[in-house]
Write a protein that binds this ligand. Structure first.
Ligand code: HMG
Ligand code: MG
Length: 304
């Protein structure tokens, strides 16, 4: 059953963006930079740094340009930033972004509430952002939210995210990330999307972005691994959520993902100790306990 698992997986760390966009307490720019730098030292190939959305929509990340300008860029590490539209892309380019992540959704109601646009309108914006990116040699990731369920529309037919993924790939994004925005997916619905997605787009340019709201993220991850997928988004300590998706708790915690992958003998290049160091640093700043089970177990062992 486990023989055919990939030998190597890329973990995309999204804690500084997906995590911190959802925190109530204000975090200083210097602490965000330190968090990214601690993560960079943990061995990732990709750390999503911040977001150039409207500062009124996400005031937590209003210092995006300052953060991106101050992080230590390690060779071999990509540092994407979220951009919603051409205006966000202008700001990101001005701040020195070399990798960006655009985003849309599988359902109209969520997209409207998240970015005040229909799916078609957002794809038009994304087309423009991709053109701007190409002109500057910038790498582009494309998120699709509400792939497996929507806070407003409930169950989502697999064809909806697949159609959006097709459009994103036609527009020229380098990689698509399929988001379980509110953490409702279970393996059967995951398989219904990932089977056709592997056939149509291949597993090399499709990542999974599980939120662990209902504790199913690792079960979904194991299924995706068995189907050959090898790009997984996660956030240090399990920070995260989306302010426009009621009930979207944290992302799959990096420590929990890493414990699973390490146990399966799958290489990531990421060092659990390094991630835990970054999590411990940020836990102190957000002012609440982190949800990662592996992080908690490590802290308990250390205390004992
Ligand atoms: P809008 O109000 O429709 O924007 O907001 P607009 O285009 O009508 O422009 C209105 C004004 O905002 C204009 O200024 C623009 O220049 C300005 P004015 O001319 O009136 O002075 N503006 C901007 N300013 C700074 N940066 C920008 C920008 N864009 C326009 N980028 C908009 C549309 C998309 C901007 C807004 O709805 C927004 O920022 N939404 C962000 C929502 C968000 O951040 N959600 C969380 C991230 S998505 C997520 O977490 C899911 C994910 O993790 C995957 C998953 O889990 O599913 C990725
Ligand atoms: Mg997310």
């Amino acid at each position: 059953m486990l023989e055919s698992l990939p030998r190597r997986v890329r973990i995309v760390e999204v804690g500084p963006r997906d995590g911190l966009q959802n925190e109530g307490r204000s975090i200083s720019t210097a602490d965000k930079v330190r968090f990214v730098d601690l993560l960079g030292a943990a061995g990732y190939q990709m750390v999503e740094v911040t977001s150039f959305v409207h500062p009124k929509a996400v005031p937590q990340l209003a210092d995006a340009a300052e953060v991106l300008g101050a992080i230590e860029r390690r060779p071999g590490v990509r540092y994407p930033v979220l951009v919603p539209n051409p205006r966000g892309m202008e700001r990101a380019l001005q701040a020195g972004a070399r990798e960006v992540a655009v985003f849309t959704a599988a359902t109209e109601s969520f997209n409207r509430r998240n970015i005040n646009a229909t799916i078609d309108e957002s794809l038009q914006n994304i087309g423009e952002v991709v053109r701007m990116a190409r002109a500057e040699g910038v790498w582009v990731r494309g998120y699709i939210s509400t792939v497996f369920g929507c806070p407003y529309e409930g169950a989502v037919a697999p064809d909806a995210p697949l159609r959006v993924a097709e459009r994103l790939i036609e527009l020229g994004v380098d990689e698509v990330s399929l988001g379980d925005t509110i953490g409702v997916a279970t393996p059967r619905v995951v398989e219904a999307v990932l089977g056709p997605a592997a056939d149509r787009f291949g597993v090399d340019r499709v990542g999974l972005h599980f939120h662990d709201t209902r504790g199913t993220a690792l079960a979904n991850t194991l299924l995706a691994l068995q189907m050959g997928y090898r790009i997984f988004d996660a956030s240090a300590g399990g920070l995260g959520g989306c302010p426009f998706a009621p009930g979207a708790a944290g992302n799959l915690a990096t420590e929990d993902l890493l414990y699973l992958l390490d146990g399966l003998g799958i290489e990531t290049g990421v060092n659990l100790e390094g991630v835990t160091t970054a999590s411990r640093f940020i836990a102190d700043k957000v002012g609440h306990p982190l949800t990662s089970k592996v992080y908690q177990a490590t802290a308990a062992t250390r205390a004992a």
